[in-house]
Design a protein around this ligand. Sequence first.
Ligand code: FAD
Length: 479
Amino acid sequence: MSTIARLYEALGSDAVLTAPEDLSVYAYDAYSQERLPLAVVLPRDARDVADVVRIAYECGEPIVPRGAGTGLCGGAVPVEGGIVISFARMNRVLALDARNRRARVQPGVINLELSKAAAPFGLFFGPDPSSQKISTLGGNTGTNAGGPHALSYGSMTNHVLGVEYVRTDGSLSYAALDGAGYDLTGVLVGSEGTLGVITAIDVRLLRLPRSTRVCVAAFGDVEAASAAVSAIVGAGLLPTALEIMDKLIVSAVEAHYHAGYPTDAGAVLLVEIAGYPDDAESGERTIAQIARECGALSWRAAAGAAEREALWASRKGAAGSLGRIAPNYYIQDATVPRTRLPQALQRVDEIARAHKLPVGNVFHAGDGNLHPLLIFDRRERAQVDAVASAGKAILEACIALGGTISGEHGIGYEKRETLPLVFSPDDLAAMARLRDVFDPKRLFNPEKIFPSGAVCGEVRNPAQTQSQRQTLAAGGAWL
Ligand SMILES: Cc1cc2nc3c(=O)[nH]c(=O)nc-3n(C[C@H](O)[C@H](O)[C@H](O)COP(=O)(O)OP(=O)(O)OC[C@H]3O[C@@H](n4cnc5c(N)ncnc54)[C@H](O)[C@@H]3O)c2cc1C
């Protein structure tokens, strides 16, 4: 029986898509790569997922888990074809234990929906990627997503208490943070679908703060705004968010949202301070003072909840607002130590100029997590090449400043060839061996995270013979 016939038999025809027009919707994510899968399945529960994995593994078909497809590195693209598992139907909050501040969710639950479900209990979910209105908790777990509040609350790995996942033989396993032994939860968070297919996630919930203040400081340029961020954190203060947008981004955002950001400033710093009312108020006074000492041209606090929400909505919608001024943009994700932000931004500017590309910066400044947005037109081949070259140069510049190649978006397909810039062959080989323990046939989301072909020749098991290496490299298989 064919793979597709077996899938129909196991899940029923309404849960298996094979028509080209249906498959095309699942061929891409928010990165530029595309490839049609053999089939897309829409499981209703963990048992369905287990059946799909067992069938796919027995038939030798790649298995690509997919949340909302907002990943920016091609992580959900079926680059080797195979079976895409969409979690669109597994979108329920299974349990919400307000007393113990935890919830169990299916992977297809949209990030923001969990906070909405928790709000009546005075709780919320901490990680808030800017894509939170659409991205799923399965995808967030797969990528170890962060967001503007990662500065104070941390990223997914700090909030996932346990995961239920399907192994290659179709069996269900559970890894819990508070279990004894190895921290397999930590291994699975951020594994981008390469170690197992997650079918349920236990997460921590946080208490909603009593008081929240959202303020905007205007600066002459991004370097001055970044220096203020270093000074604020260096003074021992920990606002819940410290975000920067430069002039180009503010103009795009204001044209769309009209939230009241100053469009004449070279850069704006968005500061959120949360806690008990007195603490938030005195925190704001101290932070405003530091900002002024670092050259802030103005400081304004949002008057109430509506204004706070408008400022956040514009910040989180910044990338989308660029549609007003650019046919295409490429968003880079890299980190540097916070104190090196001014130098990193200068280098980004130099690189963009050298490649004749306009660049906007909107980023999680408190975490030293840069997101330069390179503006281009994908119909122009030279511009596409310039973006690829500038993107790599930015990564190299960040590494030279003591940073790394991803702050939160993951590695996926896009950045796998840059992994050797930050890991030694021995480190890569150790990671590859770990993957092989979970997935000896390498069918879980193949061609992701790890470098391909020749590069991997350097990483492979030293015990392999030269002829084995050549065969593998020639076949395009890695390791
Ligand atoms: C406008 C915009 C803003 C963004 N802002 C942020 C931000 O602030 N912070 C941030 O971190 N990211 C951000 N992102 C990137 C993206 O939203 C995140 O990477 C998000 O976590 C992806 O979620 P998703 O549901 O779309 O997952 P997908 O893109 O569908 O998948 C992402 C990865 O997770 C794997 N995966 C999905 N579900 C499962 C599962 N059940 N089991 C195992 N693996 C699984 C996939 O195979 C893939 O490797 C942004 C993206 C956009 C377009």
